[in-house]
Write a protein that binds this ligand. Sequence first.
Ligand code: ATP
Ligand code: MG
Length: 411
Amino acid sequence: MAKIQNVRGTYDVYGETKRKMKKVVATGSDVVEKYGFEEIETPIFEFTEVFSRNLGETSDVVTKEMYCFQDRGGESLTLRPEGTAGVVRSFVSEGMQQNLPVKLYYAGPMFRYERPQKGRQRQFTQFGCELLGVETPQADVEVIAMAYEFVEKLGLEGNVVVEINSLGDKESRDAYRAKLVEYLRGHLDELSGDSKERLEKNPLRVLDSKEECDKEVVANAPLYCDSLNEASKKFFDEVLHGLDALGIKYRINNRLVRGLDYYSHTVFELVTDKLGAQGTVLAGGRYDGLVEQMGGGAVAGIGWACGVERLSMLLEADVSLPRPVAVIPVGEDTNTKAMEIAYMLRKAGFRVEQSYGGNLKKRMMKANKVNACKAVIVGSDELARNEVTVKDLDSGGQKNVAVEKIIEEIK
Ligand code: ATP
Ligand code: MG
């Protein structure tokens, strides 16, 4: 019989990897909650249009990467490839516009049919946040600061750089698009087939192409910064000024664009050179038109998402858990009492390992193997005097302690 395997590009996450990913999500949650963000959980699948209409019909995600399926009722559904579209869908369908600003964060699995490689999976985890209803640059500064504080709390600020760019408002983007089309028409022969098509449907997409020949053409393409109108320039300046005021270092990257249709004004990424080709650990930007496009009001939005796997790969040291206490019964008749003591210690907040069998020697070896700091040895003679033996597994010293005093003794 064929061996049962996991699907290519999906992984079982456990042990050190899981601990690190958990730490990334817990750290992110702590940070964004300080900024007033609340967690939201949206469904893992949505109607296909939630993504196809809003991420852009010609984006890589929509054309090549989505897991779409028809359910038994004939509906076209899609496993979410990213978080923003679902959160904004929820913002609109739950009528959250009534109470702006709205600050939401999420963590969970995303699905993209991509070529699996290091840092690129078919099921991966994103942690992200969305700030809705703030049009001013203050919001841009705040969410970038939040992203920065997040990597700082993970001890990774030395490994990542904030890259930032402005795509400007609609007028600026239209002006830019015209210049870009003119430039690309002059290099038509050098473009990939896909990009020739993009040029007709959505020329800005060519900037985000991963094909070598396209990258060469794009390297000399006109820059967004030369097409920004005064209002867009002023907006971007205020964002940069805010970052300066907070002491957040950034690098303006005039070539930075984002692959999805809904971005305007500020776009940014946190990048590292420690993960090879998959160097972007966190990415985001402003998406002022998205809520309206989904049938809500004209509500501004800005947010970011990080790849939890990519960030946890940057964490060097394993996540350390508090050392456990081992509770060890000696002889059959002390099993129940040992169980009671373990239960009491766990309720008092200790991590407790109970060995499940074997003689005293075997169980002591087990205690050392789990790196216990103390052993509570429950023997019948001591128990007759309502005592146990508490052994310090580092020094080897031990003493008899009354059952009521165990917690005090091992604190
Ligand atoms: P890339 O250019 O690497 O394909 P992207 O622009 O598609 O990235 P986003 O949609 O901005 O990525 O997603 C935000 C973050 O999620 C990325 O910066 C990355 O850290 C992570 N991410 C995206 N796709 C994957 C994937 N297939 N596997 C693992 N992490 C991913
Ligand atoms: Mg991608």
